[in-house]
Design a protein. Structure first.
Length: 184
């Protein structure tokens, strides 16, 4: 079983910022630690926003390129991880908006046996993926940050720059729409 991806605590983020401001080798080491700690979460968020692994990889690269360029100027008004998620969210939404074909194109993983139950599960999963893709971008972002990244309502509000009540509302609406699709 693989080890869980590393995460950054607030104190670790503060020490990384100090190292970044020192420049040179400490900056490189700090950026590498930040990348390793947040890579998996950013990639997962990007995949849920774009729906395509290749696009998600592009978003990951764009996100950390912007982080690398802007880390020295980061003021610390929020946690570094919140700032990185904001960058990833913008990059993911821009990537999806630039794509002419908004349909999901990833082939489904073949099932070992095409039993009736497996076919029903495959159909339900396809409908759910389509329903998530059809959600408005702001609802999809809240859902991905909550359900995939495990962020709380306050953290999501910070990342998106919206009130917590709006997070609750968008999450409720997204869940209701998905429940309607799964219930069919």
């Amino acid at each position: 079983m693989a080890a869980p991806p590393p995460t950054l605590e607030e104190a670790e983020e503060a020490s990384l910022l100090v190292a970044v401001r020192e420049g040179g080798e400490p900056r490189r080491v700090a950026f590498t630690a930040l990348y390793r700690a947040l890579r998996g979460s950013v990639l997962s968020l990007a995949l849920h926003l774009t729906g395509r692994p290749a696009d998600a990889e592009d978003v990951l690269q764009e996100t950390f390129l912007q982080v690398h360029r802007g880390l020295g100027a980061f003021r610390g008004d929020s946690r570094v991880s919140t700032w990185v998620f904001q960058i990833a969210l913008r990059a993911g939404l821009q990537t999806r908006a630039r794509r002419r074909d908004h349909a999901e194109v990833d082939p489904e993983t073949p099932l070992p046996r095409d039993t009736e139950a497996a076919l029903v599960a495959r159909d339900q999963a396809a409908r759910l993926r389509a329903a998530v893709a059809d959600l408005p971008a702001d609802h999809r972002a809240v859902l991905a940050l909550f359900a995939v990244e495990g962020l709380g309502h306050r953290a999501i509000a910070e990342v998106l720059g919206i009130p917590q009540g709006t997070v609750w509302s968008r999450l409720h609406t997204a869940r209701r729409r998905l429940a309607e699709v799964v219930g069919r």
